[in-house]
Design a protein around this ligand. Structure first.
Ligand SMILES: Cc1cc2nc3c(=O)[nH]c(=O)nc-3n(C[C@H](O)[C@H](O)[C@H](O)COP(=O)(O)OP(=O)(O)OC[C@H]3O[C@@H](n4cnc5c(N)ncnc54)[C@H](O)[C@@H]3O)c2cc1C
Ligand code: FES
Length: 508
């Protein structure tokens, strides 16, 4: 059922505009790299402050994770508040909540003020546990944390049991959160950015950054862009040359399937379960009165699962069992970056690189936190104080025991993947490869990443990730080579899809 190439509903209906890429050396007061929610909004906010801003994107507007999200804009981020309370204390946990609630208000005000048509609407956000006592206890603790921190939320177990077609053991709610169409939103921001004199270059991958005055960005095609201030909004920072970031983030892939259903068959509200496997639900109201229901979940560490089509199948089975869905309009997946303490890294990239800013590690909640990042970085570039600076500071220490344990585990997992890729030689050869199948094969004594497409055409590329040398693995559903270490992804012909790698896998 999910054999076609994945496409997201958001990207499917988004109108493409003409594109211009960088063909010569250029300069600008500020350069923002990456046109997802973080990059586009940062570029716009800085242009509104009178800065000369250039936005540079490797692919097209909103083709990164922002084009493949579920686009709930909420301060309810899983069971994060109990954890924040324990690790950061009440004041900072409260600050995290306020930052996200402010972002929600900002989005609502901005969309109304500029008439951005992006299907923004308020929805209550529900989080529930349906199966194990352990997850019920986690929700009880989260509800307690809400009370301690002063979060506007409450028990909603009965309510959710009336709304969902299966029983839950415990649920809590935050009222009046938001959902929207993320690509329409980006297009609205872009129109305003261009009106204010901003420049936008697409199909231009930045592959290097030389720090200095000015900073010099190098494009893949060999051009230089000079600038005073750089904002790295590339999801995974491509310029993590000192390895500061990749050692403290994990990359997790998750999946969404969508189906058109009669409006009464799918409840109002946005839902997320904290069970395993987790489930995420929301809808889009359609012009014909039906709803487009979105079913998400099936998370796993990127590059560490080959039978990825099963993830879509499992969501399909869930949608069929509980909502009677038999056919699906779209299916898509994407990955997000999880920090050690689940708080994103937003601010100056490293202590010794002033004027270079980064926003990453949104830990699956990059809609509200991308907005927080854009506003915070705008303040930093403009030399203004921002009360969330210390909370999100990328250089904050990982002194808590849980962070240190997670740091050790993350890096041990990477080391394990690195070694595994080197010691396992492939027992397959080209002759064993079926149609539409990718695998590591033994080719003239070398381990090679090979794919035979539906028409029998074969692509063979090097199997060593160009970031730090882990061995890539085949992602069957997306038809890509994915790196299990830090999430770089490559097309069957070796071209980079997403970083941190900036160099293609070599042809074999
Ligand atoms: C399945 C899924 C569902 C999610 N659902 C939600 C949700 O409901 N609510 C929520 O809050 N969050 C959600 N998230 C998380 C959220 O979508 C992301 O955190 C957010 O979209 C990240 O935005 P971004 O702008 O940082 O990155 P992106 O949208 O990935 O944008 C980065 C851009 O940078 C470009 N780029 C990369 N490298 C370079 C380079 N070297 N040169 C030039 N350009 C480059 C990329 O092409 C890309 O366009 C979800 C994530 C997933 C995976
Ligand atoms: S992404 Fe880091 S080694 Fe591949």
């Amino acid at each position: 059922m999910f054999e076609n190439s994945p496409t997201s509903f958001w990207r499917d209906i988004a109108k493409e505009q003409s594109t211009t890429s960088v063909h010569q050396d250029l300069s600008s007061e500020v350069v923002v790299v990456g046109a997802g929610i973080t990059g586009v909004l940062t570029a716009l906010l800085l242009a509104e402050q009178g800065k000369q801003v250039m936005l540079v994107e490797a692919a097209r507007l909103g083709t990164g994770t922002t084009g493949y999200t579920t686009a709930k804009v909420s301060a309810q981020h899983g069971v994060v508040y109990a954890e924040l309370l324990e690790s950061f204390g009440k004041e900072k946990a409260r600050l995290y909540y306020e930052a996200n609630m402010e972002a929600i208000q900002f989005l609502s005000d901005q969309v109304n003020a500029f008439g951005i048509e992006c299907d923004l609407e308020p929805q209550d956000a529900y989080m529930y546990a349906e199966s194990s006592e352990g997850t019920v206890e986690q929700l009880v603790q989260e509800e307690r944390a809400y009370k301690t921190i002063g979060i506007d939320g409450e028990d909603a177990t009965n309510e959710v049991n009336h709304k969902l077609p299966y029983p839950v053991k415990k649920a809590i709610v935050m009222r009046n959160q938001l959902q929207f169409h993320p690509v329409k939103y980006l297009q609205g921001l872009m129109e305003r950015f261009i009106e204010l004199g901003g420049t936008f270059y697409e199909m231009t991958r930045v592959s290097d950054l030389e720090y200095g005055t000015p900073n010099r960005l190098k494009t893949e095609a060999g051009h230089t862009i000079s600038t005073d201030d750089v904002v790295i909004a590339t999801h995974y920072p491509f310029n993590d040359f000192k390895g500061v970031y990749f050692s403290k983030m994990e990359v997790e892939r998750s999946y969404v399937v969508s189906a058109e259903v009669p409006s009464s068959d799918f409840p109002e509200g946005m839902y997320i379960s904290i069970d395993s496997p987790s489930r995420s639900l929301r809808h889009v109201k359609m012009e014909n009165g039906n709803k487009l229901a979105l079913f998400g979940g099936e998370n796993h560490t990127s590059g560490q699962k080959e039978q990825t089509r099963m993830c879509y199948e499992n969501l399909g089975v869930f949608a069929n069992r509980y909502f009677g869905v038999e056919s699906f309009t779209h299916h898509w997946s994407a990955q997000d970056l999880i920090t050690l303490d689940h708080v994103p890294y937003i601010g100056q990239m490293t202590k010794d690189t002033p004027h270079v800013y980064v926003a990453t590690g949104f830990s699956k909640w990059g809609m509200s936190q991308g907005i927080i990042a854009s506003r915070l970085i705008t303040d930093l570039v403009m030399g203004r104080k921002n009360r969330y600076e210390a909370l999100y500071d990328p250089s904050r220490s990982k002194s808590k025991l849980s962070d240190i344990k997670q740091f050790v585990k993350t890096n041990a997992d990477v080391a394990k993947e690195f070694v595994k890729g080197k010691v396992h030689s492939s027992d397959k050869t080209l002759d064993d490869l079926g149609f539409d199948e990718g695998s590591l094969i033994d080719h003239e004594g070398d381990q090679v990443a090979a794919y035979r497409d539906k028409d029998g055409h074969i692509s063979m590329v090097g199997s060593t990730c160009t970031h730090l040398g882990c061995t890539v693995s085949w992602n069957q559903a997306e038809r890509s080579w994915d790196c299990p270490c830090h999430g770089s992804r490559f097309k069957p012909n070796g071209e980079v899809i997403e970083g941190p790698a900036v160099k293609n896998l070599p042809q074999k």
